[in-house]
Design a protein around this ligand. Sequence first.
Ligand code: ATP
Ligand code: MG
Length: 327
Amino acid sequence: MTLIGTPRRSPARPRLVAAQPSSGLHSATQSASVWSVGGGKGGIGKSFIASNSATVLARIGLRVILIDVDFGGANLHTCLGVRGSARVNLSDYLEDRVQDLEAAAIETSVPGLRLILGTLGHTGTALPTRVQRQQFVEAIRTLPADVVVLDLAAGMDRSTVDFFVGADENLLVTTPEPTAIENAYAFLRASFFRRLAAAVQGTPAEERVKEAWAERDERGLRAPADIVRELRRSEPGEAHRVERVLATFQPRLVLNQVRTGEEVRLGFSISSMCRRYFGVHLDYIGYINYDDCVWRSIKDRRALVIAYPQSDGALYVRQIVKKMLDN
Ligand SMILES: Nc1ncnc2c1ncn2[C@@H]1O[C@H](COP(=O)(O)OP(=O)(O)OP(=O)(O)O)[C@@H](O)[C@H]1O
Ligand SMILES: [Mg+2]
């Protein structure tokens, strides 16, 4: 059984407008637009991008809640200069010590930006159960925010992939290193399958998809598109619906820590490779150069866009957020 519903592509996405909190792009009754930041590999800049994008969004007047969806190595708070220990965190919500998710959101020094802390492994937190994850995914939609940004953990366990594909906007982060790209492909492949599984849940095609995924190597189904092709053959009645749902899965690629023009162009190759072999439309939304100001800002425990607003890194982050809002 899959946890995720079909994420909506927000019909009225927030526009990049001057700060007017009362002009609320999402009214109190409208649910937040959820952005997830994932990528598979650790240490590639997911938290840096999540925290700085969230800061940019708050600085233009949106109500933003940033969630550190890490149940072992949470450290997003450090990027924003928020003390992590002895504060309410995501586990308090999952384990019913706080009643609603909003109660776990703490203020940051950036007006309009609140943070829900993740957990550190040494606190003995267990991974969330399926029911807890389901509850969490539903609760996110009820948060009083214009945008909720999910900073995901490294790896591609089931909950991380579920949280990634369950969002309205999916930012896939990688660096130009072959190991990071390899993990990004694997993460994308797993995400595609989760979307596919969600699309066919409860239909006659559900079992076929599970089988095809489990036996993909023996059956020579190398790419997710092969599974769709097989589905088209075996369950023609479902294929059209599945394709329509999958067409809405359009993750955005962010290439981080680039150093050369050649590395910038790599983003286009990754994107076309995904289209050709995976059948996934991966929109290369932008890159961020390797910038010493990034680690300086983390050392200062401040967002780059505030500590070093004129740096190249801050400029590229602002450009990516602008494109996300404009698209
Ligand atoms: N554009 C960049 N330029 C220079 N350094 C960077 C850049 N992006 C990230 N870094 C460095 O990489 C380190 C890891 O970044 P970050 O913590 O955001 O990665 P992560 O993907 O969230 O890792 P994890 O999977 O462990 O949560 C940071 O300490 C930062 O110094
Ligand atoms: Mg991180």
